[in-house]
Structures are given as C-alpha cells and as structure tokens.
Design a protein around this ligand. Structure first.
Ligand SMILES: [Zn+2]
Length: 803
C-alpha cells in the first residue's frame, strides 16, 4: 500500500499555508479490470481505488464538522463508456462518486454521451457541484443549469475558487450537444472569473484559484501560460502577483499520467518523461493530469505564501510537491465502497431480464454462422451504428460516414434468438466489449485492403469476418486470400423501395475502384484500429472521431432502441399529446417518421411471430441483506460484472447437430400469419402486437435509424427505459424498508435517501406509493412501444461462390 507524502497536517508550516489535494480524472469501469504493472497481470476495481484514495484523505486534518481539511477534485469523464454504463446510462456512478467524497467536478465530454436530459438526471444524483464555466446557455445567458461557472470552498483556512474549463476540440464530436450551448474561449473566461472571484470588495474574496480542466495536454499547457499558472521557478522571473488568472490546472481528458516539469518534486513519476503533445512545457507551468480509470490518483501538497500587500493575488504557490498513487491488485478492498459497488452491480445484473425490443426474425449469433457469411445480426448492428456520428461529423465539417465495417468477432454469446423479446441481458451478451466505435478516413486502397483482411480467413470462422453497412461488396471465397474482393460500391438510401423478395433494394451510388482518388469515412472499432483481428491496414490512419470521443457499440445500440421506443410511444399518442418541450421540434420529427413509415406499408407484416413469450413480470429481486454489517474481510473474490446467462435453448436437429438458419426456419411450427398466431399468444403479447404492428418496424431505413438516434440524444427517457424502471423499483423497496436495516453507506450515497433524510416515515411511504404507481403506469406504456426489429440479409456482402 502506498503511504502518503510526509506532511504537516495542521495546515501550516512555519506560518505558511499548506493545502492538500487529491486529484483523479477519466474513470470508467467500476468492476474488475486487468492491469499489467511490470508486465504482470493484476486485478483492480473501484473498491481498491477507494482504499487508495482514502489512504490519502484520511491523513488530512479532521475539521470540527467531521470533514477532512483537503480537496478531492475530479476532472471529468465518469458516466460513460463502460460495460455497466451501456446498461445504466451512467446511473450507477453517482452513488460511487458520492462515496469517494468528491468535492468538485468538471463535466467532460463523456458526461454528454446519453444526452443532456440524462446528464441533468445524473448530476441531480450527485452530492457535489459540477463546473462548466466556459459554456454559455444562450437561452439564459448563463452556464447551463445545474452546472456552475465557479464554486468557492474554504479549506486550510483559505478561500479557494474553483472554475471548470473545457476545450473546444471535443465539443464538436458530441452527438447530443444542445444547439444553445456556446463554447467560449477558456483563457478569456478564466481571466473574467479571476476578476470576479478575487475582487477584495466582492462576494467571493478568493485567496487562490484552481482551474479544473478537460482538455488535451497541449491545450492545458497553452491555457496554463495564458492564465499565468506559473511554476515557482517561473514566478521568480515573472511577477504574477498582480496578474489575473489561475494558480494551478488540475486536468483530465488525456488518459496518460503526466505532470508538468515545473513542480517542486514528484514521487513515483519521472518529470523528464517526454510526451509528443507536451513539447511546450518548459518548466514554467503547473499542470497535473492523473492517468485514468481508477488506476491513478495524484496527491498534491501546495505550500502557499502571501503575495505582497495590495496585489491582485492573495496567495502564491511557493512549493508544489506530489505523489502518484497507483491502485494495485494487492490494494485492500474498501468495505464501505464494496456495499455500494455490490448493490449497484446487483441492480444492473437483476435488470438484465427486461426486454428492450422485439425481433420478428430469428437471429443466429453463432460464430459458425456470422463469421462465414452476411448475417441478420451483423447487418442490423451496422445499420443502427451508421448514422450515430453524422451530427458530430457535420459539425466537424465532414460528410456522413460512407460505411461501417466491424469484425464479427465483436458479436458474442453464440446463441440463436428466436422471434420474440430481446432483453438488456441479450444485448450485453451480444455486445459485451467496451471499446469505442470510431471513424477513420481512408483511401480506396485502404478500403479494399481492409475488406481483403476481413475476408482472408474464410472458410475458417474467424473473428475478422466483416459485417458492413453503407457498402456493397462482391467477393469470391474460392480465390486466394488477399485477392477475394471483386468490387466495392457505396450504397445510396433505398428510400423505401422494395425488391420482389420484399427486402429493401440496394442502390449503388458509386463504385470504389482501387484507383479512386477520393477519401472515405469508415466507422470501425477502436480494437480494429489497433490492428485487432488482423486489421493492421487500419493502424495509424487519420482519425476523425477518436476513441476518446467515441462511444461503445452497446451504448449506441441502446440509444437507438430507446429513441425508437420513444418515437413509437409518441406515434401512438394523439398529435396534441406529443409535447412541445423539445429543442428538436419533436412534432416535426414525428411527422417525418410517419412519412417514412408510409413508404414501408407494403411490407408483409410479422410473418414469423408466434408464441411471444409473456413479458417478465416486474418482480423485485431479493435485496442484499443489510442487517448488521458482518462483511467478512477476507472473502472478496474479484468478479467481473456478472451478467446472468441468458442462454436460450439451441435448436438441435435429429442428428444432434445445430441446423442451418434455413433448417431452423422450416422447422419452426407453422410460421403462421399474424392473424393466425394472435389467439395463441398471451394477452400481454397481444397488447404489444396490437400496439406495435401499426407503429414502427425498424427496417434498414437510414432516415428512421437517424431519427431514433437523434431522439435518443435529445429527449428525456425516464421510466421508458427498462433499466430505469427496474432501478426505481429497487429504490421503492429501499424506501419502504425499515431505515435501521439499510446499510449506512447506501443511506448516505443513494439519492433516494439523501432526498428523504429530512422527511417523516409517513411522507417517505407516500412517496414510495406515488413512485410505484408511476412505474406501473409506465410499464404498460413502455412495453406497448417496444420497437420491433426486422433485419434482412440483402446481399450487401455477396460471395459469388455461394451462388
Ligand atoms: Zn474526455
């Protein structure tokens, strides 16, 4: 275990002020992750990180109110991406951040991954303020509510002003960025806030200002220079006492650990470590960047001296020492955090049986199927992903993506999903990886080589086999690897036209020849960019949406499904009930979607649906027992997020081998028309069918897919989301429980409790009833609006050898 830096904890050394800070940034995965310090595998999670953090903060002087005399600062990116957040849309994080005792945070780019309405919900669950000082809501002329431009905290006997500054670079890549949020120059706002916060006649009277930033390191260094956050040695040459600005940058966004050369000394980090983006650091600035993902914490100790009387600044940093604390496999589990961690992971795991959509075709996700040929699941996933970054790309000055290529190794679980419900658990099983989807710019040769790589291992069912959208590829599996691609075409939108087979027609827009000179924007996975699954050709290609700015496939698919569900619900409502609160002009969008739907009316309806299983009853899982805390101290077994197995029976034919997809189809009983099957299905399923059939069947129409993703970014989903309903039921159960039986850590960190602390039992019970009624009312509505998906194999990846 790492020991804190030796220090005088009474806040002063020989009359000088000493301020203690713990800093971290960019944390994603609370559950087990592997790290390789010195090449050896170790397993850490947030319970170990908590021990590492509390080792630092518990050394700080205790104040009269029981709090510690130091600052815990977080520099952004916590709600996404991770395996858990693809399910929870960030909701498991506030209780964890609350328990970590964070004093102040800045909103990073990933805070916006699920849209601003969801971010507001998440921020309301945290017990500390969030900054975003240089973003202006043009509707109000202020920083967007509930974010703040500045926050003042008194520690070590001084008043510390905290401001949050973010670079412009990542804002353009946020798909759900509200139009009325305007970025303002970081240095300009930093100076303005310095004037306001340091004003001796003003309300704040700050002695010191710290900028909490979310920027790439080169922008941090520039900003530190512009705001005179100068090192003690630079201060000897340049007098900053009467310069407005800030005193120190505590920074995030980059995932590497980096400390500017100007600090006095740093334990556990070589200050001469070169970094290509940090060339402008000449030892003159003070910037601290603390790694990533619950792996690193910086312990920072500032020794402050008084500035000359009459200066603008009251205190100056005379000395800045620090230490890098690294979470290790051997770091002790913090038992208080483990209670919250277990509770959150159990809520996630118990929500897995909730349905998120209905497939009206059989989905075969077995490796031996999807890694050898074009598949329904591959087409569906890639079609859903394709419009995801179009809004961001437009803001960056690019066209829409030309195509999506993923390696089918990303599609997991190996099950066959019969027509019927797809659950949150199914989605997590099919898309378990937490790497980002990104966009690269490639030339024609790269595009050909990428597809040649993907097709090179056939007929071995390897993970590299591609699934594609936006492209048509003709290939020949009989030819030698590397020479199999016969032709590539970019596809246009089929605009509702169906072929004789009832499938949307493929419309070639443009042939891609090896000699073509234009560039192509292709959406891929971060894993492939790193050369995974043999895609070395993609390494080092120009990134347009980087992994830092991308989102996971699971999160994007979930966003799409929720958006689709939201649109389904609205379409089922009377036009006058559809609401006008949206910045999107929701009514117009719904009108457009209805127009799109008209084009698909000629499709045969739900030919294969039969015997939809009845929806799981909203049953409450048994809660962990919180009676006397008798948590054994040695029984912690590291476990990854436990996703229950949703193995569906694999359909075996008489010989015991798994039949082909077409066998399965012909073996399904009857394949009746929907009218035949209705009497057979449960009442509930009938309701769902009646509600959905006239609504949306989510085919490969780019306009429908784009509309759903857009809505998923901009609208409040609330209890429409199956996970949210489950979580709300767990909270109701906790509200009803005898408060004395609920673990104190949960009471202090769960929003249900800190909101209810001042209320009587009677009030809490009434609130629980009210919440229950809301969930029940929404349950029925939400299920009626479940999107029905209907992917097709349309010949976009055609092996001419298979006829
Ligand atoms: Zn970031």
């Amino acid at each position: 275990m790492s020991k804190p830096v030796a220090q005088d904890t009474d806040g002063t050394i020989s009359g000088k002020t000493v301020l203690n800070i713990a800093h971290f940034n960019d944390v994603y995965q609370v559950s087990d992750q592997k790290i390789y310090p010195g090449g050896k595998e170790e397993i850490i999670n947030v319970t170990k990180f908590a021990s590492s953090l509390f080792d630092i903060t518990s050394n700080w002087k205790e104040r009269e109110d029981g709090s510690r005399d130091g600052l815990t600062v977080f520099s952004g990116d916590v709600f996404s991406p991770s395996t858990e957040s693809s399910v929870t849309r960030g909701r498991h994080m506030p209780p964890i951040m609350n328990r970590l005792g964070v004093d102040i945070g800045v909103a990073g780019n990933h805070e916006f991954d699920f849209g601003y309405p969801q971010l507001k919900t998440l921020l309301a669950d945290t017990r500390f303020p969030w900054l975003l000082s240089n973003i202006l809501d043009t509707n109000t002329g202020k920083v967007p509510e509930p974010l703040k431009d500045a926050h003042v905290i008194e520690k070590a006997g001084i008043r510390i002003g905290l401001i949050g500054l973010v670079e412009k670079d990542w804002i353009a890549t946020i798909t759900g960025w509200p139009e009325n949020f305007e970025h303002q120059d970081m240095a300009k706002i930093g100076k303005e806030l310095s004037v306001k916060l340091r004003d001796p006649a003003g309300e704040y009277k700050c002695d010191l200002i710290i900028a909490v930033t979310h920027c790439g390191v080169s922008n941090d260094i520039k900003l530190a220079k512009a705001l005179s956050a100068l090192s003690p040695t630079a201060q000897a040459k340049i007098n900053i006492a009467s310069e407005h600005g800030v005193d120190l940058l505590l920074a995030g966004h980059d995932h590497f650990y980096w400390i500017s050369k100007g600090v006095t000394e740093w334990d556990g980090y070589d200050l001469q470590t070169p970094h290509p983006d940090a060339k402008d650091d000449q030892g003159d600035v003070l910037v601290v960047k603390s790694g990533t993902d619950f792996q690193d914490i910086s312990e920072v100790i500032l020794t402050l001296k008084d500035a000359p009387a009459g200066s603008i600044r009251i205190k100056l940093i005379q000395e800045i020492k620090g230490k890098r604390h690294v979470t290790r496999g051997t770091t002790a589990v913090n038992e208080d955090m483990k209670v919250i961690f277990d509770h959150e992971l159990k809520t996630v795991s118990d929500s897995m049986s909730k349905p998120v959509c209905i497939t009206d075709v059989l989905l075969d996700v077995q490796a031996k199927h999807i890694r050898l040929q074009e598949s329904l699941i591959g087409n569906w996933v890639t079609d859903c992903l394709r419009p995801a970054y179009d809004e961001a790309l437009a803001k960056l000055g690019y066209n829409k993506v030309d195509g999506v290529i993923i390696d089918c190794g990303v599609l997991r679980g190996g099950h066959i999903y019969q027509p019927g419900f797809i659950t949150l658990g199914d989605l997590s099983t099919i898309l378990p990886f937490s790497d980002s989807t990104i966009v690269v710019e490639v030339d024609a040769n790269n595009l050909w080589d990428t597809l040649e790589s993907g097709l090179s291992r056939h007929p071995s069912p390897e993970g590299c086999f591609p699934a594609i959208s936006g492209l048509r590829v003709s290939w020949d599996s009989r030819k030698p690897a590397g020479n199999r691609v016969l032709g590539i075409w970019l596809l246009g939108d089929s605009d509702g036209k169906l072929g004789p087979d009832g499938k949307p027609v493929l419309v070639d827009k443009e042939e891609v020849l090896r000699t073509s000179t234009r560039k192509y924007l292709i959406m891929i996975r971060e894993y492939m960019y790193e050369g995974g699954d043999g895609y070395d050709v993609l390494k080092g290609k120009k990134l347009v949406i980087t992994s830092e700015n991308g989102q996971t496939m699971a999160a994007l698919i979930r966003k799409f499904l929720l958006g689709a569900q939201f649109l389904n619900q609205k379409i089922q409502e009377k036009p006058e009930d559809r609401g006008t609160g949206s910045s999107l002009q929701l009514k117009n969008l719904i009108g457009d979607v209805e127009g799109q739907l008209q084009k698909w009316q000629s499709l045969p309806h739900l030919p294969q649906i039969r015997g939809l299983p009845s929806l799981p009853k909203p049953s409450l899982p048994s809660l962990p027992s919180f009676s006397p805390p008798s948590i054994p101290t040695h029984s912690f077994t590291p476990h990854a997020i436990s996703i229950p197995s949703f193995a569906r029976p694999k359909l075996l034919n008489a010989s015991g081998s798994v039949p082909s997809l077409s066998d399965l189809r012909s073996n399904l009983p009857h394949l009746p028309n929907v009218s035949d099957s209705l009497p057979d299905v449960s009442d509930h399923a009938q309701k769902v069918l009646k509600g959905v059939v006239p609504a949306i069947r989510w085919l490969a129409s780019r306009a429908l897919l784009a509309a759903a993703l857009l809505v998923g970014d901009h609208e409040e989903m609330g209890l429409l989301d199956a996970y949210e309903r489950h979580r709300a039921r767990v909270e109701v159960e906790l509200m009803r429980a005898d408060p004395n039986t609920v673990n104190n850590n949960l009471r202090l960190t769960l929003p249900t409790f800190f909101a209810a602390q001042t209320q009587s039992r009677q009030d809490v019970s009434a609130k629980a009833d009210e919440k229950d009624a809301k969930i029940n009312a929404m349950e029925a509505d939400a299920e009626k609006a479940l999107p029905v998906i209907h992917p097709v194999v349309d010949g976009r990846l055609k092996d001419v050898a298979s006829g």
